[in-house]
Ligand binder design. Structure first.
Ligand code: PHE
Length: 368
């Protein structure tokens, strides 16, 4: 056979086979075309290959080389058709890759809740003033929430209607002998240093803490003066929710105990804090008040923008509290304050209703 005849047959295949593969609309049609052109037994390529032996011997290397090229081209055309059909069976994916007019997927970044952001900033500001961060549990017993804080058994602050008492373990009812504190197992030092609670009607022993002042006691029990701590966290009171109240809210507690601490230290610390927190020259106003664990006690107002804002309570740590943790009130004095974090956050961001902070509505939250 002349070389030219052999090459003509190859060229014909090179023209037909890829076209047939390209025209195949489904896997069955493609398979039929494959068998027709490159089938191992009776495929047309095989038939052409048989003619190779008949080509003149001198031309055979050139014929063989061209045969291999054509065979490879046909095989890759087949592979391309396989891939085309496979991607066509994933139309959604194919469209997403291919259609540049479809809007992209918008990745939304999460962010910290405004209260968390405020807490982080408060810690930072107070850290610069030398205060470290202390923590305490949200479920407390009556020693930490009341007794060590000089809140006696008959004090209205312990009223079950003012607190979220919990029924735990023994049913939360204490021993029924009329003492709130008896169901709480106190380390022996407590009972030695603090007079036994006065008799009163049985009441549950554990509660969701109503104030972060509990952490004052926990911190003082753990360390000797000088103490300089803040504690930020949730507190719980059965208040009806409105624009400025919520049954759960956050407080920042501050406590400083050392030799010779005075009310002037309290005022200047709060003023420095307010200047940093509100990035403005803020005035501090103290109004006489009463808390069982501070003497004297004050309400703290801060002036900002158009008026005075009530921020919380403060005062000089009551000697009974120092005694309850084994500090000598003749040697040490201290101040404490408790500020509402929602209030600070709301003032800084112009939030009119603190309930917004707890609805988990991303349209609100993503503004911060
Ligand atoms: N614990 C008080 C409250 O929740 C605030 C306070 C803290 C007052 C520390 C004085 C000292 O209302």
């Amino acid at each position: 056979m002349a070389l030219s005849d052999f090459l003509t047959e190859l060229d014909a295949l090179l023209g037909e086979a890829p076209a047939a593969f390209g025209a195949a609309g489904d896997a069955a049609a493609l398979e039929a075309a494959r068998v027709q052109f490159v089938g191992a037994k009776s495929g047309r390529l095989k038939a052409v290959q048989k003619g190779l032996a008949a080509v003149d011997k001198a031309d055979r290397p050139a014929a063989g080389k061209r045969f291999n090229e054509v065979k490879q081209a046909i095989e890759s055309a087949h592979q391309a058709a396989v891939e085309r059909l496979a991607s066509a069976s994933r139309p959604a994916a194919a469209a997403r890759c291919a259609d540049p007019t479809v809007p992209g997927d918008c990745r939304r970044l999460g962010r910290l809740h405004p209260i968390t952001q405020t807490i982080e900033e408060l810690k930072e500001i107070m850290g610069r003033l030398g205060f470290s961060v202390a923590d305490g549990p949200e479920i407390e017993d009556q020693w930490y929430n009341f007794e060590a804080l000089n809140i006696p058994a008959d004090h209205p602050a312990r009223n079950p209607l003012e607190n979220f008492y919990l029924e735990l373990g023994d049913g939360g009812r204490g021993t029924g002998d009329g003492n709130h504190g008896t169901a709480v197992e106190l380390p022996s030092q407590h009972t030695q240093q603090y007079p036994a609670p006065r008799p009163h009607p049985p009441a549950p022993s554990f509660l969701l803490r109503s104030q972060t002042s509990t952490v004052q006691i926990r911190a003082m029990e753990r360390m000797r003066p000088p103490v300089r701590i803040i504690s930020c966290g949730r507190v719980y009171r059965p208040d009806t929710a409105d624009a400025t109240h919520f049954p759960m809210f956050h407080q920042m507690e501050g406590l400083l105990v050392d030799r010779g601490v005075t009310m002037a230290d309290l005022k200047s610390t709060l003023r420095l804090f307010a200047r940093s927190a509100f990035a403005d020259d803020v005035h501090i106003r103290f109004r006489p008040s009463f808390f069982p664990f501070t003497e004297p006690s004050v309400e703290v107002d801060m002036s900002w923008a158009d008026g005075w804002i009530e921020m919380g309570g403060a005062g000089m740590v009551d000697p009974n509290v120092l005694q309850a943790v084994g500090y000598d009130p003749e040697e040490y004095s201290g101040f404490a304050f408790g500020l509402g974090i929602e209030r600070i956050c709301a003032r800084r961001h112009g939030i009119a209703d603190i309930r917004e902070l707890f609805k988990n509505d991303v349209r609100f939250l993503q503004q911060f």
